[in-house]
Design a protein around this ligand. Structure first.
Ligand code: SF4
Length: 401
């Protein structure tokens, strides 16, 4: 059997477990298929334990492992399920890999948070971090974060966040940005600023890809200056707060500045390669399929690319060992594809050194479907280039203190 070192694999830092693919709401822009969101599945805890045990056996855990429950609404399963899973995973690691520190993240829409969930989060506060998905004021959040009848979920999300606030349970927020957000970034940010005492971090996700005919969910390369202006206004708002002595974390902005600060340094990381390094992030779905390269990757993505109808799946932990999956020719083929993308970017794109990466699958889709002969995608322009331009303007701005 080929040694794993041949594949230059990194230790697993993040293990995304799809406890369930079911979601109690129906966001317009959700990446999961409508079928999986409606399926009341539940990952058997033994399945997660089998994977963790094989990771330990192969020596593939680093000093810290973050287990994330995501890809479906985790809180549609009861607290007891997670209590059992946390205890079992922690016990397994303490016994066979005591040097690994394990923590657990939940990414939730917050609509189901009640006293019982607050009891659970309090009990496991030393090992659990909570992330809430909220898109801001009602006119933004309620436009796309809707229930199965198309009604806004704003009130139920606020009810959940208020329940956490009353109990002093802190959380980070991820907010999706659509065209609607662009008109008034200050009001969008003020909404979260007003809840800053409860927040540990704040992160925006510009809608992953434009949705054709999606109205406010569409964007294109011609929107570069509009998005750049949005990011500029975010920087200006952020700086005004900082100067007034009110630091507010906005992860995207600080990371863009950090990447620019590292530019040209001999020890600068290659972000594009690191973002999709195999194994750093592993996803296990409820059926036992294992994917890597991106957090939350679905096996339906690029389903036919490798001829087995299983997309970028490494295999299924129910019927293959992790060792076999990691030494498979399919993983080698996938790594070749990612490496080709990275070489293409390095050769053609002047933003390569400061690009956060993560656009490879979109490049492949554009090459196959649109015949585009450049690594640049619409997402590159809107997510990476417009943000970098705004960050450079911020650094250059003469009126900064
Ligand atoms: S912006 Fe796009 S083309 Fe440029 S390095 Fe990043 S992924 Fe590659």
């Amino acid at each position: 059997m080929a040694p794993l070192s041949k594949f230059n694999l990194k230790p697993v830092e993040q293990l995304v477990l799809q406890g369930t693919s079911f979601c109690n709401i129906d966001c317009t822009y959700c990446d999961l298929s409508p079928e999986s969101r409606r399926t009341k599945s539940q990952m058997p805890i033994d399945l997660a334990l089998r994977l963790v045990s094989e990771l330990i056996g192969e020596g593939l855990l680093g000093p810290e492992l973050v287990v994330v429950w995501h890809s479906g609404e985790p809180l549609t399963l009861p607290p007891d399920y997670y209590a059992e899973a946390i205890e079992a995973i922690t016990t397994l690691c303490q016994k066979h890999a005591p040097e690994v520190s394990v923590t657990f993240d939940f990414q939730t829409n917050a609509t189901l948070i009640d006293d019982a969930w607050c009891d659970f989060f309090e009990k496991y506060a030393s090992v659990v971090n909570l992330g809430v998905s909220c898109d801001g004021p009602e006119e933004l959040h309620g436009a796309f974060r809707v229930d199965r009848k198309g009604r806004s979920t704003f009130d139920s999300t606020m009810q959940g966040m208020d329940a956490l606030d009353r109990r002093g349970i802190k959380y980070n927020v991820i907010a999706v940005v659509t065209r609607r957000t662009l008109a008034n970034p200050e009001a969008f940010l003020d909404f979260f600023f007003n809840r800053r005492r409860s927040l540990t971090d704040f992160h925006i996700n510009v809608l992953a890809s434009p949705i054709a005919d999606g109205g406010d969910l569409q964007y294109g390369s011609t929107d570069r200056s509009t998005f750049c202006q949005f990011y500029r206004r975010m920087f200006a708002w952020w700086e005004a707060k900082r100067t007034a002595g009110e630091d507010f974390p906005i992860r995207n902005l600080s990371q863009a500045l950090e990447r620019l600060e590292m530019y040209g340094r001999p020890n600068a990381p290659c972000y594009v390669r690191e973002t999709s390094a195999p194994l750093r992030s592993l996803n296990l779905d409820t059926a036992g399929n294992l994917t890597t390269f991106y957090a939350g990757l679905d096996i339906a993505t690029e389903a036919d690319r490798y001829g087995d109808g299983a997309g970028l799946s490494l295999g299924n932990i129910r019927c293959s060992s992790l060792a076999d999956m990691l030494r498979s020719s399919k993983l080698a083929m996938m790594m070749d594809d990612f490496n080709s993308s990275h070489r293409w970017c390095a050769e053609k794109c002047e933003y390569f050194s400061v690009c956060p990466g993560g656009f490879e699958l979109i490049q492949w889709r554009d090459k196959d479907n649109v015949g585009r002969d450049t690594p640049e995608t619409v997402e590159c322009v809107i997510h990476a280039k417009a943000l970098t331009d705004a960050a450079l303007d911020f650094i250059d701005s003469s009126d900064r203190s």
